[in-house]
Design a protein around this ligand. Structure first.
Ligand code: UD1
Ligand code: CA
Length: 452
């Protein structure tokens, strides 16, 4: 098997983005566009990858965090110069090189595999990817001879009117014979713009009597390079739809894919239903049969099977099965919600664990709380967990009943089965089974009604 490696170009400035952030780090479906390129290459079986960094190299390298090799191109003297830098970082046994652009994040793995196939089948030094965009302006144009064979790629800036009128554009993705590329890459001429264009290799190959293979992308919208924020939004739209379609094929109902935003890494079980105006982002998971939305945001959280979250926000939390959340509730980071709990309306939870079947209703706040099973948190109840300097914990035992408008001044512990009266301000621990009332709440003895 011939060793194949990829050089991914990511050193350019990306001026047209008008951004402090390097272009290739701008996120698409929740991950940097560069990550989509690397993932597609890996899916095509190309494990050896090197990313050429330059502009914003520190930021790009930090984002890659050692997941893939990088090499710096300094200064940035064009795409041929970038490939030269990348090649120098590859092992000597590499026989075929895929060159990919860090700003073309929609290309599927099959395209890279097909290009390698075209290069091998044709025994050519270059197999390049072309496409027919709706508007080719900005792209290098593919110039073909009367025999239909490619003769050159002419960059827009160097193109005369006739060449500009050509509709076939260069996608910037290639499969090269590594030996041929190594021999040629150093001698690419400097263009009028002062850059060395990788695309000039095509004409020099043809002049030297080599054959150049061309693969025309059958879905041109996937070959586009992102140069500005308009391109970024266009790519986002395409990627979102692809993600939604993948989930729908797996048995997830997405009522309106156009108003549903699901990040690339999200997992959703079959028969889940995603209602309109919902956003599921980060490393989130949604269980079988769950209902998300309408108008719900789930970020870096897991939602259990058959749970329902509507018009609410859940962040960095784990929600068990058959839970109901919403409308208008906010589960902030660090929560663990047990099975069959019910939360809402207007409940806020933070760093809080709820045991099974606990209910947190109407205008309540639980922060830094550990709540047992089958607890009822009455309307308007809150944990006063912050003393101005430090956060304190609240512990509520199983089966406790927190009456409406109770204030629990943390640190505090409410024993299992204990009860608080309406409007109680609880400043001292309440033993199991006791009832407290008033402000500050004091213990009283009441005759318990014995249930029949
Ligand atoms: C390039 C191609 C063009 C093609 C288009 C497809 C060249 C000369 N032109 O044009 O034929 O139609 O892509 O999208 O190759 N980069 C470096 N170092 C550099 C310069 C660029 O790493 O010195 C990287 C950029 O970060 C980017 C990629 O190479 O990821 C392409 O550079 P860009 O300036 O966007 O080239 P285009 O003008 O789009
Ligand atoms: Ca580009």
């Amino acid at each position: 098997m011939t060793a194949t490696a990829a050089v991914v170009l990511a050193a350019g400035q990306g001026t047209r983005m008008r951004s402090e952030m390097p272009k290739v780090l701008h996120p698409l479906a929740g991950r940097p566009m560069l990550d989509h390129v690397l993932a597609a290459l890996a899916a095509a079986g190309i494990e050896e990858q090197v990313v050429v960094t330059g502009h914003g190299a520190d930021q790009v390298e930090a984002a890659l965090d050692g997941r893939v090799a990088t090499v710096r191109q300094e200064p940035q003297r064009g795409t041929a110069d970038a490939v030269r830098a990348g090649l120098a970082a590859l092992g000597p046994d590499v026989q075929r090189v895929v060159v990919a652009m860090g700003d073309a994040p929609l290309l599927p793995a099959e395209i890279f595999a097909d290009l390698l196939q075209a290069q091998a089948d044709g025994e050519t030094c270059i197999a390049l990817l072309s496409f027919i965009p709706t508007d080719p302006s900005g792209y290098g144009r593919i110039v073909r001879g009367p025999d239909g064979l490619v003769q050159a790629i002419v960059e827009e800036g160097d193109a005369d009117e006739a060449t500009r009128a050509l509709g076939e554009a260069n996608a910037g993705t290639y499969a090269f014979d590594a030996g041929w590329l190594r021999a040629r890459i150093g001698s690419v001429p400097v263009s009028a713009s002062g850059e060395q264009y990788l695309t000039d290799l095509v004409a020099s190959a043809v002049t030297a009597g080599e054959r150049v293979a061309v693969l025309v992308a059958d879905r041109p919208e996937l070959a586009m390079g992102i140069n500005d924020r308009i391109g970024l939004a266009g790519a986002e739209r395409i990627l979102r739809l692809q993600i939604a379609e993948r989930h729908m094929r797996n048995g997830v109902t997405i009522v309106d894919p156009a108003t549903t935003f699901i990040d690339a890494g999200v997992e959703i079980g079959p028969d889940a239903r995603i209602e309109p105006f919902s956003i599921i982002s980060g490393a989130s998971g949604v269980g079988t049969g769950a209902v998300i939305g309408p108008q719900t945001q789930i970020r870096a959280s897991r939602i259990g099977p058959r749970s329902v979250v509507w018009s609410s926000v859940v962040e960095e939390s784990v929600v068990g099965e058959d839970v109901e959340i919403g409308p208008y509730s906010h589960i902030r980071p660090g929560c663990e919600i047990g099975p069959r709990c019910r939360i809402g309306n207007f409940a806020e939870l933070k760093q809080t664990r709820l045991g099974a079947e606990t209910q947190v209703h109407h205008f309540s706040y639980l922060g830094d709380a550990d709540v047992g099973e089958r607890v009822n948190i009455g309307a308007g109840s809150i944990t006063a967990n912050f003393d101005g300097a430090v956060k304190h914990r609240t512990i509520i035992g199983e089966g406790a009943f927190i009456g409406v408008d109770t204030m629990l001044r943390a640190p505090i512990s409410i024993g299992p089965g204990a009860r608080t009266g309406a409007g109680a301000v609880v400043t001292r621990d309440v033993p199991a089974g006791e009832t407290v009332v008033g402000m500050p709440a004091r213990r009283i003895s009441i005759k318990r009604r014995t249930d029949a």
